[in-house]
Design a protein around this ligand. Structure first.
Ligand SMILES: [Zn+2]
Length: 215
């Protein structure tokens, strides 16, 4: 496996001009997510599809790098095979990203995150109803069945949770909740995916805050 890993270009080295721009976007989105409390030190990952290639934030982007990534930290590899799994810096949650790209051809970007206002819902195993005009288009953000972290079963559950909702991806994005962990958003491109994540987080805050008004 190590030999395979060394065959892959080191992060950044295979990133050409188009790849450089995508890597810069991923860095920007990671920093913005962290500043907006859309994820935490514990984790999250961001990827973009460009043709047959995935670009993805590295393992430990939060815990070791505090989301201060450089474009050279971004990994890239083929979507069609599992070679990138052998890269020592490949995010263990990246299997979910590969599975979603392989299943949904319209998915152009994926964010997995641990957002401040969404975490109470995943802890309580509650779906998020759209209560804002700005979130109606996402419908109810449902929970998928729990599965061990980084497992094939979890990747499978995320794909099944999104199945049949391709029209939401084409429109903007679809999201599912992972019990006790966080959210996965798949969208048509990276900025639309980030926008969806932020809207659903504000929506979650509104549900929690509105309860205070009626008590
Ligand atoms: Zn996570």
């Amino acid at each position: 496996m190590i030999a395979d890993a060394e065959k892959l270009a080191p992060p950044g080295e295979s990133v050409g001009n188009a790849g450089q721009a995508i890597a810069e976007q991923i860095v920007y989105v990671g920093r913005t997510m962290f500043e907006q409390r859309l994820t935490d030190f514990a984790g999250g990952n961001i990827s973009v599809r460009d043709g047959d290639t995935i670009y993805i934030s590295p393992r430990y982007a939060g815990s070791k790098q505090h989301w201060k990534l450089e474009p050279s930290d971004i990994l890239s590899g083929a979507i069609a095979n599992d070679d990138i799994l052998a890269h020592p810096r490949f995010s263990r949650e990246g299997k979910m990203h590969l599975a979603v790209y392989r299943t949904f051809p319209d998915a152009g970007a994926i964010i997995h995150a641990h957002p401040f206002h969404i975490l109470p819902f995943v802890v309580a195993n509650r779906p998020i109803e759209p209560v804002l005009e700005a979130t109606q288009k996402f419908g109810v953000t449902e929970l998928v069945p729990a599965a061990p972290a980084h497992s094939d079963a979890l990747a499978h559950n995320v794909v099944e949770g999104m199945r049949g909702k391709d029209d939401r991806i084409r429109k903007q994005a679809v999201a599912v909740l992972i019990p006790y962990r966080g959210i996965v958003v798949a969208g048509k491109d990276l900025y639309n995916t980030l926008d969806a994540l932020e809207r659903i987080d504000w929506n979650a805050w509104c549900i929690l805050a509105a309860k205070q008004l009626t008590s």
